[in-house]
Each structure stands twice: as structure tokens, then as C-alpha cells.
Ligand binder design. Structure first.
Ligand SMILES: [Zn+2]
Length: 173
């Protein structure tokens, strides 16, 4: 059954999994609503406790909620909107792997299996799209520059022609 706040959560997360970033377009359907703090651990239905998540992330996260011992180790799931993820992990642009900076980051990546092969491939494809799109913009700017150069050269040529005509007519005189 659909969560009553499904639509709100979906839009809040811009139609993408809060944990791994895959979109409805890439998975070919709507995602699920995850309780950040599971109901079994007392999690409520407030928007801040609801994360738009793909099936896999939701499944891997399961009902995990850190106990005191976990917390002492820094073992917890990062909240997509409330945690600063850049403190805990980063994307290796060359390999497409997420790499941990902190122990919490390492735990988060491991629990949610954020380096599953399909996600790594997804990141590499996204990166390639960004690179190609930047290249395209660069080429478009170069074309604009070249057109301006051509226009300036054409003006110069026509000035030279006028000058040539003037000289010819002065010789004929
Ligand atoms: Zn996901």
C-alpha cells in the first residue's frame, strides 16, 4: 500500500533515491518510502523521517537502527537531507566507487551496498554524460568564436577589395 505522504516525499527527493541517487527514469518506475528511523525502532510518519528510496536501498537498510554500541562506533545510516554527506564519503570520479572518509561513511556504504556494480556503472555513465555535455558546450563556444573571427576577416577582405578597387581606378585615371 502506498504511504499517505508518498507524493510529498517523492517530490521532496526530486524523484530520486535519497541513498543511492537512482531516479525513477533510470529504474523505470516509482520508488518506495523508507522510514529513516524504522517503525520497529519508534520511527514516526513525519516528513523528516521519510526518505524516498529505491527497492534495493530500502531492502539493504531493512530495519537497522543503531543501538548504543553501534553509535559509539559511529555506525549509523546517514540522512540524505540532514547529514552533510561530503564529510563522510566522496565519489571517486575515475572508478565510480564511493569512498569513505569517516567510519560512519564506511558503515553507510557497506550497509546500503552503495558500491553494487549497477550503481558504479550508473555513476560512470552519469559522469561520462557530464564530461560529454561539457565538451559539447566548449565546442559550441569555440564555434561562436570562430564565426566571429570569420565575420571579422570577411569585413577586412571587403575593406581590402574596396581599397584595391580605389587603387585600380586611380591607375586607370
Ligand atoms: Zn537507492
Amino acid at each position: 500500500m502506498r504511504h499517505p505522504k508518498f507524493e510529498t516525499v517523492r517530490q521532496r527527493y526530486k524523484f530520486a533515491c535519497g541513498y543511492c541517487g537512482v531516479t525513477e527514469t533510470t529504474v523505470g518506475g516509482e520508488l518506495t518510502v523508507d522510514h529513516y528511523c524504522p517503525r520497529t525502532a519508534g520511527g514516526d510518519e513525519n516528513e523528516d523521517n521519510l526518505v524516498y528510496a529505491c527497492m534495493k536501498c530500502n531492502q539493504y537498510k531493512g530495519d537497522f537502527w543503531p543501538d548504543e554500541e553501534d553509535m559509539a562506533q559511529g555506525w549509523r545510516v546517514l540522512h540524505p537531507l540532514e547529514d552533510d554527506l561530503t564529510v563522510h564519503l566522496f565519489e571517486n570520479e575515475h572508478t565510480g566507487y564511493l569512498q569513505a572518509i569517516t567510519e560512519t561513511g564506511r558503515f553507510h556504504i557497506t550497509l546500503l551496498r552503495l558500491n553494487r556494480p549497477q550503481l558504479v556503472k550508473h555513476r560512470l555513465i552519469r559522469r561520462m554524460q557530464r564530461v560529454l555535455s561539457e565538451k559539447q558546450h566548449l565546442l559550441e563556444r569555440q564555434i561562436t568564436d570562430l564565426r566571429q573571427t570569420i565575420a571579422a576577416q570577411e569585413r577586412y577582405i571587403s575593406l581590402l577589395q574596396q581599397e584595391l578597387e580605389r587603387l585600380r581606378s586611380s591607375i586607370d585615371d
